[in-house]
Design a protein around this ligand. Structure first.
Ligand code: PMP
Length: 352
């Protein structure tokens, strides 16, 4: 037998590119265009480098407590990880172990099928309706667990909490994960449903609304029992997931609620303005409640626009995938960045 026969072969997730150009406009990975809270910068500048000798707190105690206080839950209901990708991967391996297929939307975060394949979890993709909202009925078939983002990505569409509850109601015997990576841009968190459903896990991130993608901070909130199971798995893989600077800086980001609210409000305002201008340019898109717009042009193919923008060092995201290969996912940047992009598009589309 060759050693390669024993390799766990997977097709990895492909993240958006991270080009490093001086004057580029980077609208391809849903990062926040504004810096983290001012207190975070102060902490970075005053960091006690000697502390880097030591391992970080395995339980991220200060951050877990800060998040518990902020969201009004017990610390034993909070689990943190290295970005929500880490939290989600840990949740997949912990909660989706029944041998029955898990359910998620066909158009959604493209990491879900990668984790499912990695952990040998069977899955069924539930087709979104023609209007790209979730088809709730599809989530009522027998399954080994459910996961969906709300708002969904890359569509940007938010589902009302009554819809989320209908899915929870139909799936009381499995874990239901709601990935709220984009909830701070005008959606509504389903955290209050935790009182009624001990099989609900709500996952959020500091990468978008808290401007800290570079530090890799994510968390989830669920019943104490679920969090215990997650910790059992985490401590069976790597005790020291979140590094010390991230733990300290994340606490500061949560404390500065006024800054957080001002940043999300600015992005929402820019998004609503950009929607109007894009409509005038002939784009159509679902009514996003996130920090991105998933747009198609009425006449010009998405791939062509993607390439034309790229030549201007304006990076957006395009997937050459069935059902979405005429769409561009455009992150909301600063007003200035969006104006540059819109200005280019105005000229480019006029000549077409
Ligand atoms: N969930 C969704 C829906 C996302 O789009 C992303 C960002 N790629 C993530 C989770 C992961 O984000 P992070 O690991 O930076 O927290």
């Amino acid at each position: 037998m060759k050693w390669e026969d024993n390799v766990r072969k997977v097709v990895p997730y492909v993240a958006g590119e991270q080009p490093n150009k001086a004057n580029m406009i980077k609208l391809n990975t849903n990062e926040c265009p504004y810096p983290p809270a001012p207190g975070v910068r102060k902490l970075a500048e005053e960091m006690d480098y000697d502390k880097l000798r030591l391992y970080p707190d395995t339980d991220s105690t200060i951050l877990v407590k800060e998040l518990a206080d902020y969201y009004g839950v017990k610390p034993s209901q909070v689990f943190v990880g290295v970005g929500s990708d880490d939290v989600l991967a840990t949740a997949f391996v912990t909660f989706f172990d029944s041998g029955r297929p898990i359910l998620f939307p066909d158009i959604t975060y493209s990491f879900y099928d990668v984790w499912a394949d990695l952990y040998r979890i069977p899955y069924i993709k539930c087709a979104l309706k023609d209007d790209w909202h979730l088809d709730v009925e599809a989530f009522k078939q027998p399954n080994g667990g459910v996961i969906f983002p709300n708002p969904n990505a890359p569509t940007g569409l938010f589902e009302e909490l009554s819809t989320v509850e209908e899915i929870l109601e139909a799936n009381r015997d499995v874990v239901v994960i709601v990935d709220e990576a984009y909830v701070d841009f005008g959606g509504e968190s389903c955290l209050p449903l935790l009182e009624k459903y001990d099989n609900l896990l709500v996952v959020q991130t500091f990468s978008k609304s808290r401007s800290m993608a570079g530090l890799r901070i994510g968390f989830c909130i669920g019943s104490e029992k679920m969090i215990k199971y997650l910790n059992d798995v985490k401590f069976s893989i790597n005790s020291y997931t979140m590094n010390m600077p991230s733990q300290v800086m994340a606490v500061e980001a949560v404390r500065d609620d006024a800054y957080f609210k001002s940043v999300t409000a600015k992005i929402i305002a820019t998004r609503e303005r950009v929607k109007k201008e894009m409509e005038e340019l002939g784009f159509t898109f679902p009514d996003s409640k996130t920090n991105f717009i998933f747009a198609s042009h009425k006449t010009v193919p998405a791939k062509e626009i993607f390439e034309a923008l790229r030549e201007q060092d304006i990076y957006v995201r395009f997937w050459n995938k069935e059902r979405i290969n005429n769409c561009l996912r455009i992150t909301i940047g600063t007003d200035e960045e969006m104006d540059t992009m819109l200005g280019f598009l105005r000229t480019y589309l006029k000549d077409r």
